[in-house]
Design a protein around this ligand. Structure first.
Ligand SMILES: *Cc1c(COP(=O)(O)O)cnc(C)c1O
Length: 397
């Protein structure tokens, strides 16, 4: 068998192992398949209100929440324009492609961007955040932006340690945390961790379609909002508070809420949030066990070099020198119908990613890992065979 065999039409279901968007459970798909209703219909308002309460429980906040029809980028932008004024400085905690993208957005919006630089394989040190804030004697920095789970590198950053660094510097900056690929997969505690604005999206741990995003907003951030001068209209929280749903300027995307109601039921009632986190940890450990085994024979290795920061929702895997990750992904997809995530930004071709968040179980993970091992064999990528056995051992523990 060679990698150049003519393409066959794949049979069976696709194993979708991207780190977002993620698999949508059948019951969530069906829940969203509803005929149009008026978004002011009392029956819908009841569903809507229950969803808002559920989202707050998952965010672990009792404060404010604002939602947008738009992917995660919309909520990134919304919290910047609602909290800041032209020329304000923001401090970006570098973690990878997503922290870099948020920084670019801030710059495009007319903010001054300062960065706590970091090696993408290790992520920034909270002590460096504290030092940057301590050096900012005039308090020009109005917000610290951190990506809780850097989806590009497979690294989870310690948001609570960033909060502690801000407090230790005695700095009044707001803390903005992106929880797009951690919410509903990894523990995130908005209020307890002192996050002033959290950024979430529909299509990752919440297992919904792409196209809805939201901010959790603290009381302190609502005060800052009152004096913020960046232009805004659709995203303007003050405009939203005047609307009956206290969110959404314009039409409320009703079907998202029927789907969200079901995904919250699965997360909170059928499985339980803490069990969801435990499942993600278990599956992540199996993926890491496989990769660590493969690395034995000059094979692919874990991109993240900091074990304390291994992500339980996505693993980024660095190819051996001279082998292209996208060639391997093409074999997995075209021959075996397994979709893997690619490397983002400068990691393109160097890294592939296995998403292990959302609606996933052991056989799906083992199927994906087996296929990666098969694709490596077909594509002639060096590796130590037996990574799947290592994953099985991790799961049987
Ligand atoms: C996916 C993702 C985003 C971007 O969200 P979109 O929904 O694609 O706009 C931002 N941050 C992180 C950490 C992500 O994983």
């Amino acid at each position: 068998m060679s990698a150049t065999q003519p393409a066959r039409k794949p049979r069976g279901r696709q194993f979708f192992a991207n780190p977002g968007p993620t698999n949508i459970p059948d019951s969530v798909l069906l829940a969203g398949a509803r005929q149009t209703v008026d978004f002011n219909d009392p029956n819908f308002v009841e569903v809507y209100t229950a969803c808002i309460d559920g989202l707050k429980r998952v965010l672990k906040t009792t404060q404010n929440i604002f939602l947008y029809t738009g992917s995660g980028h919309a909520a990134w932008e919304a919290c910047l324009v609602n909290l800041l004024s032209p020329g304000d400085a923001v401090l970006i905690v570098e973690s990878g492609y997503f922290s870099e993208s948020w920084a670019k957005m801030a710059k495009d919006l007319g903010l001054e961007v300062q960065t706590v630089a970091a090696d993408w394989r290790r992520g920034a040190d909270p002590a460096a955040v504290q030092a940057a804030l301590a050096a900012d004697r005039t308090h020009a920095i109005k917000a610290v932006c951190v990506v809780h789970n850097e989806t590009a590198t497979g690294m989870t950053l310690p948001v609570q340690e960033i909060r502690a660094a801000i407090d230790a510097a005695g700095h009044p900056a707001l803390l903005l945390a992106d929880t797009i690929s951690s919410l509903g997969s990894l523990d995130f505690r908005m209020d307890e961790w002192g996050v002033d604005a959290s950024v979430g999206g529909s299509q990752k741990g919440l297992m919904l379609h792409t196209g809805m995003s939201f901010n959790g907003v603290s009381a302190k951030a609502m005060e800052a909002h009152k004096t913020s001068r960046l232009p805004k209209h659709y995203f303007n929280w003050t405009n939203m508070l005047a609307r009956p749903h206290k969110s959404f300027v314009g039409t409320v995307p009703v079907s998202f809420f029927y789907a969200l109601q079901e995904s919250l039921r699965l997360i909170e009632q059928e499985e339980g949030l803490e069990n969801v986190f435990a499942r993600h940890h278990r599956l992540a450990q199996a993926v890491r066990a496989a990769v660590q085994h493969w690395s034995g024979n000059n094979g692919p290795q874990l991109f993240c070099l900091n074990p304390a920061r291994y992500s339980d929702s996505v693993t980024a895997i660095l190819m051996p020198e001279g082998f292209n990750a996208d060639d391997l992904r093409a074999v997995a997809l075209k021959r075996f119908n397994v979709s893997l995530g690619g490397g983002l930004g400068p990691l393109g071709g160097k890294v592939f990613r296995i998403g292990h968040l959302g609606d996933l179980n052991e056989p799906m993970i083992l199927g994906t890992l087996s296929t990666v091992e098969l694709a490596m064999r077909v594509a002639g990528v060096p590796h130590a065979p037996g990574g799947v056995d290592a994953a099985i051992a991790a799961l049987a523990d």
